[in-house]
Design a protein around this ligand. Structure first.
Ligand SMILES: [Ca+2]
Ligand SMILES: [Ca+2]
Length: 151
């Protein structure tokens, strides 16, 4: 009985927390998570090159995530599996130093580059990932995927 009384409040709390997570102001299809007016998808452990990651997103009518605000950036760090160092949609493949979002080719305005990043190490880092902050990385390396679409 002692154990039961100890566990019940904890279970109740978990139910409240999980229902809170689901109550977003956007409706997303199964397997997608809503935040703001967008839907997001990521699969822990699934790591691909940046371009293949974008292909996977496109096959689900989405793109690699466009990070527009501090709030979205913070939320993504709780949503994604950061140990997969997930790719985001920012890239400077067309022109060195000209960072653009793959979803709409717009210039990267908000950013969260880590210390001394983007470094363009070896002259060959043209795709962005989240480590703890953003890092430019060699696009062909396999890392996690965060897709985003309109809700
Ligand atoms: Ca670069
Ligand atoms: Ca770098």
């Amino acid at each position: 009985m002692f154990i039961l009384f100890g566990v019940l409040p904890l279970l109740l709390r978990l139910v409240i927390i999980s229902s809170g997570v689901q109550s977003q102001n956007v409706t997303c299809q199964q397997g997608w998570t809503g935040y703001g007016s967008h839907c997001y998808w990521s699969q822990p452990g699934l790591k691909k090159s940046w371009e293949y990651a974008q292909t996977i997103c496109q096959s689900h009518e989405s793109n690699l995530v466009k990070v527009e605000t501090l709030e979205e950036n913070l939320w993504l760090k709780t949503f994604a599996t950061l140990s997969d160092y997930p790719w985001i949609g920012a890239n400077d493949r067309e022109k060195e130093g000209d960072w653009r979002w793959i979803s709409d080719n717009s210039t990267v305005e908000f950013s969260d580059w880590g210390r001394a990043e983007p470094s363009n190490t070896g002259g060959n880092e043209h795709c962005a990932q989240i480590i703890t902050q953003w890092n430019d990385q060699v696009c062909t390396m396999p890392y996690g995927i965060i897709c985003e679409k309109e809700g």
